[in-house]
Design a protein around this ligand. Structure first.
Ligand SMILES: [Zn+2]
Length: 366
């Protein structure tokens, strides 16, 4: 899982409702609005000793880290983190679900592209791209049950969604050469979901058979319809988190604009307790100044609805000084903190300490 995740983050960006949103008043806010709140994404190494975990999580807290997203369950890691005053959240993939049990039992639950090919049999780009159709009630229930099982554990402070979107119809530009694809238009093999459930639901709502539309990728209502299907999945999971009075956060695409265009993800319209846009500048051939621009765009769009934590891809930085600059760009532009993906070295922790010391907390909208 660790290697797979690493490969995935190095190749495809991973990966957090419009109508009838459930009440979310019960979902706990992830932080107390009085200091920067920083996170680390990690996959817990189950063989590590208590002494190692004690030292690491203590150092994290002292550097300004306040929460960890764990990609696997480990009571030992969760409790060791909590003993150092860190929040411990369970990070679980949402729409991209390749578990064999599910593939075998319900191949019909998987999304279909504009050519009619299913992710169950023809995964796009890479073999682990197994996207579920967000329109199916049984898919939504399956996900609700899965996240509820994590939330039911007393040592889990919240859930963290990832891949909560459609498959990338457009990859970040830095990956085009890697896959030998030019995606200046929406190609049919990467455009989802055209399954019978989505088509029938859209037709019943809009009176249009999307199969008879010459350029469905240019249809605004078809696009909105698809945003809403994922928004409704998120709304259902938000209700599950509220039931347990725990928080729900998500790793999302870097800006509302890129999220819409690349992966049909509409995170500004969710009611979660926070988002971590993956502002991985190298994927978009940008420099660290863009981290501030991306944060500013997201914060403006959210208008104080919930906090935004800038996701930083540590491998994209040249050195620790540049990491400090990236963090400061995020904090100066309205982020509530940052979230690190990659190896958190002592140098990274020092960069965080320096950045937090350099930017006054001030008065925040969230
Ligand atoms: Zn579908």
């Amino acid at each position: 899982m660790i290697n797979r995740r690493k490969f995935m983050k190095n190749t495809l960006v991973a990966g957090a409702a419009a109508s009838l949103l459930p009440a979310v008043a019960g979902a706990a806010a992830p932080h107390a609005k009085k200091e920067w709140f920083n996170w680390v994404w990690t996959n817990p190494n189950l063989t590590e000793t208590d002494d190692v975990l004690h030292a690491r999580y203590k150092a994290y807290y002292e550097a300004g880290i306040r929460g960890i997203f764990f990609e696997n369950d480990s009571e030992k890691h969760f409790r060791a983190a909590k003993a150092q005053k860190l929040q411990a959240h369970r990070w679980i993939w949402t729409m991209n679900r390749g578990e064999k049990t599910l593939l075998d039992a319900h191949p019909e639950w998987y999304a279909k592209n504009r050519k009619g090919e299913s992710c169950a049999t023809n995964p796009p780009y890479v073999n682990y791209y197994r996207w579920l159709c967000p329109s199916r009630p049984e898919v939504r229930q399956y996900l609700a049950d899965d996240y509820a099982a994590a939330l039911a554990k007393d040592y889990v402070d919240g859930i963290h969604l990832d891949y909560v979107r459609f498959c990338d119809v457009i990859l970040p530009v830095n990956l085009w050469s890697k896959y030998n694809i030019v995606q200046t238009s929406e190609l049919p093999e990467y455009d989802y979901c055209y399954c019978e459930v989505c088509r029938a639901k859209y037709q019943s709502e809009h009176g249009i058979n999307i199969s008879e539309v010459e350029f469905p990728e240019a249809s605004p209502s078809w696009r909105l319809f698809r945003y809403r299907q994922v928004n409704e999945v998120v709304a259902q999971l938000t209700a599950v988190a509220a039931k347990y009075n725990k928080s729900i956060t998500a790793a999302v695409f870097p800006t509302p604009d890129i999220a819409h265009r690349n992966v049909k993800q509409d995170w500004v319209n969710w009611k979660v307790t926070g988002v971590c846009p993956m502002i991985y500048h190298g994927f978009y051939k940008e420099n660290v100044a863009w981290i501030g621009d991306a944060v500013a765009e997201g914060v403006k769009a959210l208008n104080g609805k919930f906090p935004l934590y800038a996701g930083l891809y540590l491998s994209d930085f040249k050195n620790d000084a540049e990491i400090q600059q990236g963090i400061q760009n995020a904090l100066h532009n309205g982020a509530a903190g940052v979230s690190f993906f990659g190896t958190v070295t002592d140098g990274v922790l020092q960069a965080l300490k320096n950045a937090v010391a350099a930017v006054p907390f001030g008065k925040r909208a969230w």
